[in-house]
Design a protein. Structure first.
Ligand code: MG
Length: 383
């Protein structure tokens, strides 16, 4: 592989840090153009010293002010900085690893500049999947999914026209075999104790309510262009089968691997090539011994049903659902509401939304903002 020039949006987050671990193992394959982190300046500084990017970008005002780092390192700031990174044609690929809506505009900028995207940011597709995929097609840009389920499907698909169904696996999270009451009264610590994956807090709570799977159905719909009727969710507690596809002839192809985000991250940033890189040990069916599957319990996890409904509605319905859910998750993490309230609040906001079909990016952000405001006004009544 020719040395690939890469930038990482969200280098200090969970995916960003693991991506740098992958890049460290494949030093001769990559050159880092820019690293953008949020507010964790100390870590961003350490990453810059180690990986020697040309640019770093932070949210904080005047990051690293007055400090001398390596020669030539340029400091960028905020959303303007992200735009500068994503319009820099030196990049071969940009890993969008930040969480939240902050990933959307930079991703669109990178696409317009013909830069391939390794996409870990769910909101980009949940909020603006139609626009993003349409632009990617127009500019001939590859969007390689980092999300383990979508990465699995991406690896399984050979001829997309012959695929009948996408089968997305869900670990089921920490409450899979707990009672609905246990789940309703769960503490933040219990919700954050994910049995299989070590991730950021927001996505871990989403995994506990299964909203993460709801968002992933919407992602899959946009990425692979499948109707919601042809996207199925199956609970698979061991998280070994990362997802599967069924061909029209009934043949099923699944992608398996140990539950480590290093694998999909490396796949996405080195695609279409593969390297041993971060592989630590060989996969053993004998060690795994068994794989279990069960239907999701939609009474206990109604978030998935809501996501199907909003996905089918289209337009800004998924924008509303995503914004309400995110604000409710933050309120739960702040101890303001109970775990189950997240769904109730999100559902109420979805029921009361003013739907816009074929929205522009500005309309999407407006709906996002209005929904967050309304959600927080409603949350205030809980305390
Ligand atoms: Mg996932």
């Amino acid at each position: 592989m020719k040395k690939r020039k890469i930038s990482i949006i969200g280098s200090t987050g969970s995916i960003g840090r693991q991506a740098l671990e992958v890049i460290e193992k494949l030093k001769d394959k990559f050159e880092i153009i820019a690293l953008a982190g949020g507010n964790n300046i100390e870590l961003l500084k350490k990453q810059a010293e180690k990986f020697k990017p040309k640019y770093i970008c932070s949210n904080a005002p005047s990051p690293l002010c007055g400090e001398s780092l390596s020669d030539g390192l340029k400091l960028l700031q905020g959303s303007e900085g992200l735009e500068q990174i994503c319009s820099n044609n030196e990049n071969d690929i940009i890993l969008v690893a930040c969480s939240g809506k902050v990933g959307l505009r930079p991703t669109l900028t990178a696409i317009k500049n013909g830069i391939d995207i390794a996409l870990a940011n769910k909101e980009t597709l949940v909020m603006a999947g139609d626009i993003v995929m349409c632009e990617a097609k127009k500019y001939g840009v590859n969007i390689i999914p980092v999300d383990s389920e979508h990465c699995a499907i991406h690896q399984c698909i050979k001829n997309i026209n012959q695929v009948d169904k996408l089968i997305i696996t869900a670990s089921g999270g920490p409450f899979l075999h707990k009672s609905i009451d246990d789940m309703k009264n769960a503490t933040v610590e219990q919700a954050l104790a994910h049995p299989r994956w070590n991730m950021g807090k927001k996505i871990t709570v989403d995994s506990a309510t299964l909203m993460n799977k709801g968002l992933e159905i919407i992602e899959a719909h946009h990425l692979f262009g499948f109707d919601y009727d042809n996207i199925e969710v199956i609970v698979h507690p061991q998280s070994i089968v990362h997802s599967a596809i069924e061909y029209v002839d009934g043949s099923v192809i699944a992608q398996l691997g140990l539950p480590s985000m290093h694998i999909p991250i490396q796949y996405a940033i080195t695609y279409p090539e593969r390297f041993d890189g971060i592989k630590s040990k060989s996969f053993s069916f004998a060690e795994i011994a068994r794989l279990d599957f069960e239907k999701p319990d939609y009474d206990k996890f109604p978030t998935v049903k809501l996501a199907y409904e909003m996905g089918r509605l289209g337009g800004t319905a998924t924008v509303c659902m995503n914004a309400a859910n995110e604000e409710a998750v933050f309120a739960f993490l702040d101890g303001k509401i109970k775990l189950y309230n997240i769904y109730e609040i999100t559902k109420k906001m979805c029921d009361e939304q003013d739907l816009i079909q074929n929205p522009s990016i500005d309309e999407i952000f407006a709906v996002d903002e209005q929904t967050r405001k309304k959600t927080n006004e409603y949350i205030a009544k809980f305390s």
